[in-house]
Write a protein that binds this ligand. Structure first.
Ligand SMILES: NC(=O)c1ccc[n+]([C@@H]2O[C@H](COP(=O)([O-])OP(=O)(O)OC[C@H]3O[C@@H](n4cnc5c(N)ncnc54)[C@H](OP(=O)(O)O)[C@@H]3O)[C@@H](O)[C@H]2O)c1
Length: 281
């Protein structure tokens, strides 16, 4: 006998709205939710610093995947209010659609002084303007939301460390990369699959840490990128102080979940291979 699905989130085609659709996670989520009725909005469709356009269909909306964000970490130091307009007010505007919401936050809500993985019950203490806006954005999500903290995202599209290294590796014999920040480089495709798991399995709302297994420094990640892509380029290991960037980054920001049933992502190196394979395909 067939069972009915009274909860549309667990049924077949759902009406799913994705913000930030042109970004790396927004693109990956469009693939992961391709079986649903997806409305993918870029900034041109909806600037999330403003309430949603009146023309947006709200009544039959089953899920909002809110990836639109100010992700320029250094730029946020110079314009914290501009960053907050996107990362705090933007989340509030997405929550105002009154549909179940998935919104995304960051390992940069932690100051990085710990030396064992950060779990959901660890107290945040952001050291940068970006981290502070994302933390306030978590609070703006309300109660009907999964708040997914992730880290060091890379994907097939968009600006990210992988793309930068591949470009520099083609141009130079050596790149200088920081070796005193440790985290979990997370493939947007793997994160998108985990988001589906959270939603489809109807895991409880609230805060979830979802990042790749394993950890490394940016320099180790760069070396792995060159190995996997077959690029001849040396990595010179430097300190964050040598880079002199406006925003401080946590020295250690490995994320793990302490929550029962949390999705477990593949190792970051598997994510790297999967991403390069998708780029080559
Ligand atoms: N990237 C990371 O390493 C990282 C790490 C941890 C957490 N996260 C979080 O993960 C989420 C997804 O990040 P991502 O890496 O996919 O970011 P991304 O590639 O930078 O994409 C963000 C998207 O948001 C759009 N956007 C910016 N301002 C907007 C506005 N006012 N209205 C509408 N759209 C706007 C951008 O459009 P434009 O292209 O027009 O600017 C872009 O398409 C974000 O919440 C981010 O904070 C990211």
């Amino acid at each position: 006998m067939e069972h009915e699905h009274p909860d549309p989130l667990r049924a077949g085609r759902r009406r799913v709205l994705i913000t930030g659709a042109g970004g790396q996670l927004g693109s990956a989520l469009q693939q992961a939710f391709a079986g649903d009725d997806v409305l993918a909005l870029t900034r041109a469709d909806w600037d999330v610093t403003h309430p949603a356009p009146a023309t947006l269909p709200r009544d039959d909306l089953h899920l909002v995947l809110h990836t639109a964000a100010w992700t320029d970490v250094d730029g946020a130091e110079a314009d914290p209010q501009g960053a907050a307009a996107v990362n705090v007010a933007g989340v509030a505007h997405a929550a105002a659609l009154k549909a179940p919401l998935v919104t995304f936050s960051t390992d940069y809500v932690f100051d990085g002084r710990k030396r064992s993985p950060y779990v959901e019950s660890d107290g945040p203490s952001p050291a940068s303007a970006y981290g502070r806006t994302k933390l306030h954005g978590e609070a703006a999500a309300g109660h009907d939301a999964w708040v997914v903290r992730t880290s060091w995202l890379f994907g097939v599209t968009g600006h990210n460390f992988l793309g930068t290294m591949l470009r520099l590796g083609d141009e130079r014999d050596e790149v200088a990369v920081v070796d005193d920040q440790r985290g979990c480089p997370t493939f947007a495709g793997h994160l998108a699959a985990a988001v589906r798991e959270l939603v489809d399995d109807d895991l409880p709302k609230g805060l979830w840490h979802v990042a790749a297994s394993g950890d490394c420094t940016w320099a180790e990640f760069a070396e792995a990128i060159f190995e996997e892509a077959g690029v001849e380029c040396r990595v010179r290991r430097i300190s964050s102080a040598e880079l002199e960037r406006p925003a401080p980054r946590p020295a250690y920001s490995v994320l793990r979940s302490e929550r029962p049933g949390a999705p477990v992502l593949p190792h970051w190196r598997e994510g790297l291979r999967a991403c390069i394979a998708e780029m080559d395909g």
